[in-house]
Design a binder for this molecule. Structure first.
Ligand SMILES: Cc1cc2nc3c(=O)[nH]c(=O)nc-3n(C[C@H](O)[C@H](O)[C@H](O)COP(=O)(O)OP(=O)(O)OC[C@H]3O[C@@H](n4cnc5c(N)ncnc54)[C@H](O)[C@@H]3O)c2cc1C
Length: 519
């Protein structure tokens, strides 16, 4: 049977939206269940996880889907990094352009996903939340049956609870980064930010910009703090300036790494060495200095102002855990103490899948405390015991190019336009995930290699351009897709649902923007 199968998609964030679009492309009949009253997930206007001043930490070249490029006036004045409002507007335009709205059920919280007793279909139970229910009406529980399921509910639903010594003895306020919107509630206060990842550093820097806020930050490890732009030498006299991930990700770079890094450990040593040069400014300050050589996992934060805030003593960084709290006095393990009015916890999210049964969670090896890989899947998408159900966006970092490939893969398989992976392939994939977890040299994000992961899935689903053929037949196009920065649009050059003309125009625009402008 080709097409016409029904698919329930849990979540109307980027993963759910691209799943809906891909399902329509493959002639499936999608229904997106979104518990909020609007689309966007992390980027939702009604219930997002972002703060007022947040700009994306990856550029428009990565924060896009393959056949829907950003127009320059959609992020006017934001450099290459759109504001969260511009990001939401991009997603709203995407919904409009691909006519997705009619397939989304808003205010519908999926509470259970289970198979019919004969194992043929899936039942989705959901309750309509008060956002769309009439006033004072109790949420109504409903059921709907589907052929297939795409789990795209996102990993950032619930803030991870934090264990603070003497938490109950603290007489100030404690909040989480997910609740942070702007400086207003912190004016005139002494704030302790707990956390060393992107949110912790970015929020600490934003608070520290205001002279009436005193900021202390307690960290476990010192990050490498990259600016949003990187400068690379070029053959002509002007160096080329790239958004950081544009400089990092290319097929040429990925091949170079594979050839030259003899082992994971050696790659960490080389990477740390390179980062210590790129981040030479932070190496001058005692609080951010990292000794070299180092084979410790390179741990990166992208922030434009953080390093300067620390160097200019606007943020006091403490690398010792909290040992004692009494009233508003917080004492650290090195014996130093500070008076604190407000503790802001930026310790990340705990990864929740409350709508899946205990049995399914067991199959998935679900471990919400595992900060790297909370569920074990083949290429973060398939599981051998679960038929007609797949995952999109359940890996770190859930970058747009990869979630789109997952969505296209599932849609092609569910619509029977592509063979599903065999049990052996899936089991092999699970083994790879377990090996990542067991390795003593774990990357900050286990699936950060966007080019490798992208090309692997693209090859499976038949959208990987033939590099050798293109090299001999069209050297210009080869430069665009091999030497230049990685672009998700290279996956629209060939295969199912390709759009070669659009893909080439996007790739040429990237070339003109970053590789020709200084000539
Ligand atoms: C503060 C912050 C900043 C970030 N910045 C960047 C960035 O700059 N660049 C980048 O690439 N990534 C960034 N990310 C990662 C971000 O998660 C992705 O950009 C993207 O939002 C992932 O999309 P998603 O659809 O998988 O998840 P989400 O965006 O979380 O969307 C999931 C959706 O599913 C819905 N949902 C969940 N459970 C249910 C249920 N039971 N029933 C119905 N609906 C449900 C939610 O309401 C939500 O709308 C950031 C994340 C955070 C928290």
């Amino acid at each position: 049977m080709l097409g016409n199968k029904t698919v329930a998609i849990i979540g109307g964030g980027p993963s759910g939206l691209v799943s809906c679009k891909s399902a329509l492309e493959s002639r499936l009949i999608p229904t997106v269940f979104e518990k909020n009253s609007d689309i966007g997930g992390v980027w939702s206007l009604s219930n997002g996880k972002v703060w007022d001043s947040l700009k994306t930490n990856l550029s428009v070249n990565t924060m896009m889907f393959s056949d829907y490029p950003w127009e320059s006036d959609w992020y006017y004045g934001s450099g290459d990094f759109p504001t969260h409002l511009e990001m939401t507007a991009y997603l709203e335009r995407y919904v409009e352009h691909f006519k997705l709205k009619g397939h989304i059920k808003f205010g519908c919280n999926v509470t259970s996903v289970h198979q019919e007793s004969n194992g043929l279909k899936w039942i989705v139970e959901y309750s309509t939340t008060s956002t769309i229910a009439e006033k004072n009406r109790e949420p109504v529980t409903q059921k709907q049956t589907f052929d297939c399921i795409i789990v795209a509910g996102g990993m950032f639903q619930k803030q991870r609870s934090i264990e603070l010594v003497d938490k109950e003895k603290f007489t100030g306020e404690i909040t989480s980064s997910g609740d942070y919107r702007n400086q207003t509630a912190f004016l005139g206060k002494s704030v302790l930010v707990v956390g060393d990842c992107n949110s912790g550093c970015e929020i600490a820097a934003e608070l520290a910009e205001n002279t009436v806020i005193k900021v202390t930050q307690v960290i476990k490890k010192i990050p490498w703090v990259l600016d949003k732009y990187l400068t690379k030498p070029s053959s002509n006299e002007n160096p080329l300036v790239f958004p950081v991930e544009v400089a990092f990700f290319s097929r040429e770079g990925s091949d170079f790494a594979k050839k030259n890094f003899k082992s994971e450990q050696q790659s960490f040593i080389d990477m740390n060495e390179w980062l210590s040069n790129v981040c030479s400014k932070q190496q001058t300050h005692k609080s951010l200095h990292k000794p070299m050589p180092s084979d410790v996992t390179p741990f990166i934060v992208i922030s434009q102002n953080y390093t300067d805030c620390v160097i200019n003593e606007k943020i006091t960084v403490v690398q010792h855990p909290i040992a004692k709290i009494q009233g508003k006095t917080v004492e650290f393990a090195n014996g130093e103490s500070r008076e604190i009015d407000h503790i802001l916890c930026a310790n990340g999210y705990s990864y929740e899948l409350p709508y899946l049964s205990e049995e399914i969670l067991k199959d998935l090896d679900y471990n919400p405390n595992n900060k790297k890989i909370p569920i074990i899947l083949h290429k973060s998408t398939f599981h051998p015991t679960l038929q007609n159900i797949g995952f999109v966006g359940w890996f770190l970092p859930a970058m747009f190019p990869i979630i789109e490939l997952q969505a296209r893969w599932l849609s092609l398989v569910f619509s029977e336009n592509l063979e599903p992976p065999t049990k052996e392939q899936i089991v092999e994939g699970l083994k790879e995930e377990r090996a990542i977890l067991a390795s003593p040299f774990q990357k900050q994000y286990p699936h950060v290699e966007m080019v490798d992961m992208g090309d692997e899935i693209a090859t499976i689903i038949g959208v990987m351009p033939d590099l050798e053929k293109i090299k001999s037949e069209d050297p210009h196009l080869y430069k665009l897709i091999y030497n230049n920065a990685f672009s998700t649009s290279s996956y629209r050059l060939t295969g199912p649902h390709s759009n070669q003309q659009l893909a080439k125009s996007i790739l040429n625009n990237i070339n003109n923007k970053y590789y020709c402008k200084n000539k």
